[in-house]
Structure formats: C-alpha cells, structure tokens
Ligand binder design. Sequence first.
Ligand code: NDP
Ligand code: 8X3
Length: 255
Amino acid sequence: MTQSNTIVFITGASSGIGAATAHAFASQGARLLLAARRMDKLVDVAEEAHRRGASSVHCLQLDVRNAEAVAGEIAALPAQWKEIDVLVNNAGLSRGLDKLHQGKLEDWEEMIDTNIKGLIYVTRAVVPGMVERNRGHVINIGSTAGHLAYANGAVYCGTKAAVHFINDGLRDDLLGTNVRVTSVDPGMVETDFSLVRFHGDSERAEKVYKGLTPLTAEDVADAIVWAATRPAHVNIVRVQMTSIHQANSLRFHRE
Ligand code: NDP
Ligand code: 8X3
C-alpha cells in the first residue's frame, strides 16, 4: 500500500501505461505529478485520478527530450511537490518498422532522444533529491525488445537495451543508499504505441494485436505498483512480463 503522502512522478502520463499507472497509484491515495507534452490528455488523466482517490495531482507540460526544460521544470516545482518518492520513467515511443539501412534518420533520432536521453535527463534531475533524502524509487519502463532484438526494430530494441543497462548501472551507482531501482519490461501491450509507431496508420496498428490477447496498460501498472509497494529493504530488479500469447519479442501465438 502506498502512503497518502507518497509523491509519484510519472512521465508519459497522458496515455497508455503512464495513464494506467497514474490511475493505479491514485487508487492507493498517492500524490501524483504527471508529465507529458499533451496537456489536454493529462488533464483528463488527472480528473480520473481525482475520482479514483489521488490525494492531489499536479500536471507538468514537459517534453523529456529538452534537457533544459526538464532540469528547469523539476527545479521549479512548488515546495510541496519537490520530494519525489517514486519516479516512473515511462515516456517513450517507437517510430517506424524498417531495416536500419532503409529507415528514416528522424525516426531513429526521436526514439533515441526520448527513450534514452529523455530518461537520463529526468533521472539526473530527480535522483539527487532522492539521494539527499536517502529514500526513493526509480522505476524504468524497459521492454522485452531490450532483451531480444526483432527484425526492423533495431533502433527501438537498442533504446530499450540501453534502458536495461542504465537501470542496472543506476542501481549499482546507488548502492549504499536507500534508493531503489527497478525495470518493468513488458512484451506487447495494447496502447497507442503502434499507432504512434506507424505515424497514425490505425489499420496497420490494429493488425499488430489481431488474433492474440496482448497485455493491457493496467496489467503493467499493476506490476509497477507492486514493485513500488514492497517493503523498503526489497529491491525488485526487473519484472519481465508478456501475455499468455507471447513467449518473447519474436514468438507469438495467434488464433
Ligand atoms: P503510448 O503511446 O500510449 O504512451 C506513450 C507516452 O509517452 C505518452 O503519454 C506520450 O505523451 C509520452 N511521450 C512520448 N514522447 C514524449 C516526450 N518527448 N516527452 C514527454 N512524453 C512523451 O504508449 P505506451 O503506453 O505503450 O508506452 C509507454 C512506455 O512503455 C514507452 O516507454 C514504451 O516504449 C514502453 N513499452 C510499451 C510497450 C507496448 O507494447 N505498448 C511494451 C513495452 C514497453 P505525449 O505524446 O503527450 O507527450
Ligand atoms: C514494445 C513491445 O515488442 O512491440 O516495447 O517492441 S514490442
């Protein structure tokens, strides 16, 4: 159970796993700091979080790719929001499904800038306060794609492999403090992920989930909240999870 004064900061909270995580922590009465670029969507998530029991909610319009904005917004948080207990580094995306020698540079750059650099910027801004207070928990959203690369996904898989090692390196860096570091690595989850990957092509996005039962955003949120609510001396290193219709990032069962 999360304490009602626990501050949970979730990046990419406007949709999918981030929004579900906000709602799951809201049901535990947490205080929520929600960040994403689309403020209108964040406001909807915040309203639902209030309905579900969040103690309070503060929304931040933030593009995690902008290092200056990340540092500035976090430094400028009102005093009552500064002591972040749980950081969920969830903001991320895939763009395109192409061979490396044929894809678009701007797609590769957007994924690297968001999934790797954005995660590092937010971590760099939030973790010093956790170390100072000697408490906190960083939960990074990795992927099965970070364990096993699939065809046409080299850069996305590479970004999630980077999250895997940044997660493990950070845990080592924080050894001797009471700050915990966890990676939650899901397989296929039905969210806007494929719609974003295919630049809004909904027909192509729907086909990704055809004939199988994917994970839901709520399934992943459940694992995130579980990891965050273990006793303070327990550090869950990694939660790797797939639906029953997926064995790893290459093998699926479709009806
Ligand atoms: P969604 O597209 O539903 O959500 C992605 C979230 O990331 C949105 O809230 C979006 O907000 C935010 N985001 C993207 N770019 C930025 C940015 N530059 N700055 C701030 N926020 C940003 O997808 P998911 O919920 O599925 O994805 C969440 C995470 O889960 C990602 O890291 C993804 O890689 C990972 N993941 C997803 C899986 C899946 O199959 N769906 C499986 C494994 C991992 P906005 O656009 O408003 O900024
Ligand atoms: C998202 C899961 O397999 O679509 O990280 O890349 S997958």
